[in-house]
Design a protein around this ligand. Structure first.
Ligand code: AMP
Length: 433
């Protein structure tokens, strides 16, 4: 653990938050959080932001990126003469409600000793309390694009005084189709502003977005592009598709894992796995877009306080969840896009702690593993699980999957021995970003 911590933070070993020039009130709040030194992305991004530059940062969740943009932003907001006090001076856009809520919590903690008021708005809950808070005046607004556009169209939000515009998890925002909302928002905020864009991956689309919205941005990165955190141990368990659900129960029980995040590709599968675990006496909850905000918040809280051992999530729901020291992440099904694998395993080995990323992989997912390994630049070790070795029968599944792909997903032949235990085989690849 100590070694991992050193590995993760070695770039900045001699840097302190004080030497970055942050004000005393902020230093006090950081000390209360127990941070002793800046993480690499903080060490790189904070001086650039303090110098007034637009910053384009490549950093995944778990690198300390939130403090990386929040701390210097708060420092500057607190320093400037505040004749525009209680007008929205900083707008932070994030793709999901959970992430918005987490950033809000962080902003509140870091600004405890400052005269700065923040609030958060997102969909899925009654807008009235949000509107009331906005009417009272806030300096920092954290928002998901949908609710922001809603309230903007009702004239409940004015963005005329925005000095800081932060796009967090920009790649995910594009994936989720928020590009038009983002463009509309950029049109109504002042041109004279500082723009900060954080993204785990840098596709052509992200670079285009940066070109359009940013002024001579400085590029900073925490780790080489698209590399997984050094502190994560990765392993692939080859299994038959129909054994997957039993394998996950076995892994959790045998390993006595207490906190596991499991990824599925669909909401339906997340529900099914969560039910299967509960039926096997493992406390679990599913978290995805069809769950109410209340249910999602409750599941996340239960997972954090240890009353729920397993959180089964789709990629979108899990995006940016801040679960400190998460020891195990399981890919029940691999994602379509290899970059999403990197996002997923970014949930473990967070901020210096070590973790394990386990992928339960059936024959029909072998191509995905090859693509992931190409992206990572190394082969992930494979290990069979006694009693659940891939059987020759799986060869048939492999052929079926290939046939399905050739037929454009229209192969309706029943699979031999299909007991319905595993994942759906009709994977269709999204275009590469
Ligand atoms: P983030 O990447 O912003 O989601 O942060 C991941 C986790 O790292 C959060 O739990 C933060 O509270 C924590 N963190 C952020 N900065 C530091 C730091 N300099 N030292 C230790 N932990 C940190």
């Amino acid at each position: 653990m100590i070694l991992a911590f050193k590995l993760s933070f070695q770039n900045t070993i001699y840097m302190t938050f004080k030497s970055l020039g942050l004000n005393e009130s902020i230093l006090k709040a950081i000390a209360k959080k127990g941070y002793t030194e800046p993480s690499p992305i903080q060490g790189k991004a904070i001086p650039e932001i303090l110098n007034g530059h637009d910053v384009l940062a490549s950093a995944q969740t778990g690198t300390g990126k939130t403090a990386g943009f929040t701390l210097p932003m708060l420092h500057i907001l607190a320093k400037r003469t505040i004749d525009r006090k209680r007008k929205i001076r900083a707008l932070i856009l994030t793709p999901t409600r959970e992430l918005a809520a987490q950033i809000y919590e962080n902003v509140k903690e870091y600004s405890t000793h400052l005269d700065i008021r923040a609030t958060v708005i997102f969909g899925g809950v009654n807008q009235n309390p949000q509107v009331r808070t906005l009417r009272e005046g806030v300096d920092v607004l954290i928002a998901t694009p949908g609710r922001l556009m809603d309230l903007k169209s009702q004239n409940e939000v004015s963005l005329r005084d925005v000095e800081f515009f932060v796009l967090d998890e920009a790649d995910r925002m594009l994936d989720m189709g928020f590009i038009n909302d983002i463009k509309k928002i950029v049109k109504v905020i002042p041109r004279e502003r500082q723009t900060l864009l954080f993204s785990a991956t840098f596709s052509k689309d992200i670079k285009k977005l940066a070109n359009e919205f940013m002024q001579r941005p400085v590029f900073v990165e925490a780790a080489p592009e698209n590399t997984a955190a050094e502190t994560v141990t990765q392993i692939v368990h080859p299994v038959n598709r129909t054994d997957k659900a039993n394998v996950i129960v076995k892994l959790i029980k045998d390993g006595d894992w207490s906190q596991v995040l499991v990824f599925t590709r669909t909401k339906h599968k997340a529900n099914r796995i969560s039910d299967k675990l509960k039926n096997s006496d493992i406390s679990a909850a599913a978290i995805h877009g069809d769950k109410s905000q209340g249910a999602r918040t409750k599941a996340l809280a239960g997972f954090k306080n240890g009353s729920i051992r397993v959180l089964v999530a789709t990629d979108i729901a899990a995006r940016g969840l801040d679960i400190p020291l998460l020891p195990h992440v399981v890919n029940f099904e691999l994602p379509n896009v290899p970059e999403d694998y990197v996002h997923r395993i970014g949930r473990t080995g967070r901020a210096g702690a070590s973790g394990e990323a386990i992928s339960i992989v059936s024959h029909d997912e072998e191509e995905y593993i090859r693509d992931i390994e190409k992206l990572l630049g190394f082969k992930i070790p494979k290990k069979s699980i006694p009693g659940f070795e891939q059987s020759p029968l799986a060869e048939v599944e492999k052929l079926e999957a290939e046939l399905t792909k050739k037929n454009g997903g229209n192969n309706n032949r029943r699979k031999p021995n299909n007991r319905g235990g595993g994942g759906g085989g009709n994977f269709r690849k999204k275009s590469r970003r």
